[in-house]
Design a binder for this molecule. Sequence first.
Ligand code: SP5
Ligand code: ZN
Length: 346
Amino acid sequence: MKLFYNELHPRHHGRNEMFRGELVPCFEVPARADFVLQELNARKFGVIESAPEVPRAMLERVHAARYIDFLVGAWQEWVALDPKNAERDAIPSYWPIRTFRSDVLPASFFARMGLFSFDAGSPITAGTWDAARRGADCAVAGARSLLAGERGAFALTRPPGHHAGHDFFGGYCFLNNAAIAAQALRDEGLEKVAVLDLDYHHGNGTQAIFYERGDVFFASVHGDPHTEYPYYLGYADERGAGAGAGCNLNLPLPRGTGFARWREAVAQALTAVRTFGAEALVLSLGVDTFEGDPISGFGLRSDDYLRVGEDLARFGLPTLFVFEGGYAVAEVGRNTVNVLEGFESI
Ligand code: SP5
Ligand code: ZN
C-alpha cells in the first residue's frame, strides 16, 4: 500500500475550541497523526512517500476561489487586527443564517470568518493553511497511485476534511481531502467514483459537494444527526438531487451502536456502491467509532478495525484511505493501522 504523509500537519495546532459554552482544549491535535505514523513505522508497514504539490486549480475543482483566498490570508488578517492575536486562535462567532446575505463579501474579517464556517469548534491557527493545503497534495497523490494500478493507498493528513464544504470550514476541517481526491479520480480517468464515509460524524461537506452529481456516489454510516454532530445533515431521506438523485446514501445509527450492527450498515453501503458501478473507492477513515472515543458514541473495539479492512479488501475496488477523525489519541494509531493491516491481509 502506498503511504502519503502530510509532514506539515503540525503547523495546524489549535489551542481551544468552543464546546458547550466554554473554550476547552482542542480534541483534534497533532499527536493524532504522530501516533498513526509511529504505528505505521512500528509495524514496518511500508515506505512513506512525500506527495508532489498540486496546483491550486485542483482545489478549485471542489472549493470556491473566494473561500480559498480567505483561508490563504486568514492568519495574516487576524494578526493585523491586533498583534496580540498572534497568541490566540481565530474562532468565528457570527454567522449569516437564513434571511442574511451570503453574496456580499464583508470587509470585516470576523464577518467573513462566519460567512465561510458553520461552527466555533474549528480554530484557525498560524499554520492552518499550510497544513490543510499539503493535505490536498497527499490526497491527490493517493488518488493518482490508484490510477497507476495500486489496490490501496493511505493519505495520512490532518486537519481532517469531510465536514468542509464548497465554501466553508467546520468540524475541524478546512479542505475536503476526500472530495478533492474523488474529483481527481474523475478528472484523470475514471467515469464513476464512490466516497464511503466511516467517520462517526456525518460527512456533510462531502455530501453537499457531490449532492447533485451523478458521477460520484456518497455513502455514510454515522451517528444519528438527531442527537449527534453535525446535526443539520446526514438523515436517511437525503438521497441526492438532480443528476445526483439516488447517488447519496445515509445510514444513521443510534448512539451506543456496536460493531455487529455497524458492520451490517457498512455492508449495505458497499452493496449500494457496487450497484452504482464505482470504479474506485475513497474511504473517509475516521476511527472515532472506537468505544473509547471521548466525543462519540459507537462501540467498536480495536480488533474490529481489522475486520473492517478485510471487508473492504474483499469488496475489491481500488481504495484510497483518507484519515479523518478519531480522538482517543493513544489508540488512534492502533485502530487506524488495523484497518490498513486488515486490508493488506486479504
Ligand atoms: C472530523 C471530525 O471528526 N470532526 C468532528 C467535529 C466534532 N465537533 C463537535 C463535537 C461535539 C460532540 N458533542 C458530543 C458530546 C460528548 N459527550
Ligand atoms: Zn468524526
